[in-house]
Design a protein around this ligand. Structure first.
Ligand code: TMP
Ligand code: ASP
Length: 247
């Protein structure tokens, strides 16, 4: 067990993370698993070291957001694969922000792959694997008591701040932020904090100079070997953290 880390009771387990209570009632501990899934969990594998790489990358990206003044749940990274985070009430919504047309957008709307989306497109999806994460508009959000109209505006505003900060950071590493998914939670005073994780599982990342080169989970979604997928996560780690992985 990692030094100085006391894991409390398991609160929840998802496809790629476990949430534990902490000794501090205002915090929880996230453990990043080596599991990788796609197709709402239909495709599933385990890649040793993936939890570490994604946890370290998430910690780095949360630090980037905090420096840009975006409120997040991040408190501390405990290597290899734990984050100490503020306890929030998670909104069961995936918030997607798109700068370039790719992925599911192409199946739903008459847009061409690779077309720039200006201004960026922000979409809400209900987190429900069985229903395949249906898209939500502001009225669905209010009807399902997820967020009222003003809160939807607030979430979009935060998402665009995340986009600005991450786009700039990735650009400094020669990477184009095509799109990403975030989740938010409410803290004790009802304020939204960017929560969950942000890494190659939840972003589309394209090389600025090498056409067709990507640094994200699409390699897995599109059937790449587990070795290829692991290499992508290692490459992303090296580009963002600027050193060799330690574990
Ligand atoms: P999409 O084009 O499949 O809707 O994906 C948009 C972005 O959201 C992409 O960067 C991948 C990310 N994403 C997740 O993090 N989790 C998901 O379950 C899905 C469907 C997408
Ligand atoms: N996150 C979803 C899953 O694990 C889908 C995806 O990322 O493509 O199944």
């Amino acid at each position: 067990m990692t030094e100085n880390l006391v894991l409390g009771k398991k609160i929840a387990e998802g496809k790629t993370k476990i949430v534990y209570e902490s000794t501090n009632a205002n915090e929880v501990i996230l453990e990043f698993k080596d599991d990788i899934t796609a197709g709402d969990g239909l495709k599933h594998d385990v890649i040793p070291g993936k939890g570490y790489l994604n946890c370290a990358i998430s910690a780095k990206l949360f630090e980037v957001l905090e420096s840009a003044g975006v409120p997040t749940h991040f408190i501390k990274y405990i290597p290899p694969n734990y984050l100490i985070v503020r306890k929030v009430t998670m909104l069961p919504v995936e918030i997607v922000c798109r700068n370039i047309a790719a992925g599911h957008l192409l199946q739903r709307f008459p847009v061409k792959a690779g077309d720039p989306l200006n201004p960026p497109l922000v979409e809400f999806f209900l987190k429900d694997d069985e229903l395949h994460d249906p898209m939500l508009n502001d009225m669905h959000m209010a009807y399902l008591k997820l967020a009222n109209r003003d809160e939807c505006d607030e979430i979009r505003k935060i998402t665009l701040q995340v986009n600005d900060a991450l786009k700039e950071f990735f650009a400094s590493k020669g990477i184009i932020l095509v799109d990403f998914k975030i989740e938010v939670g409410r803290d004790g005073s009802g304020r939204f904090l960017v929560s969950d994780e942000i890494n190659g599982d939840s972003c589309r990342l394209w090389a600025e100079t090498e056409k067709g080169k990507i640094f994200d989970k699409d390699v897995y979604r599109k059937g790449g070997s587990l070795e290829e997928v692991k290499n992508v996560y290692v490459t992303l780690y090296k580009k963002l953290i600027g050193q060799e992985p330690k574990y």
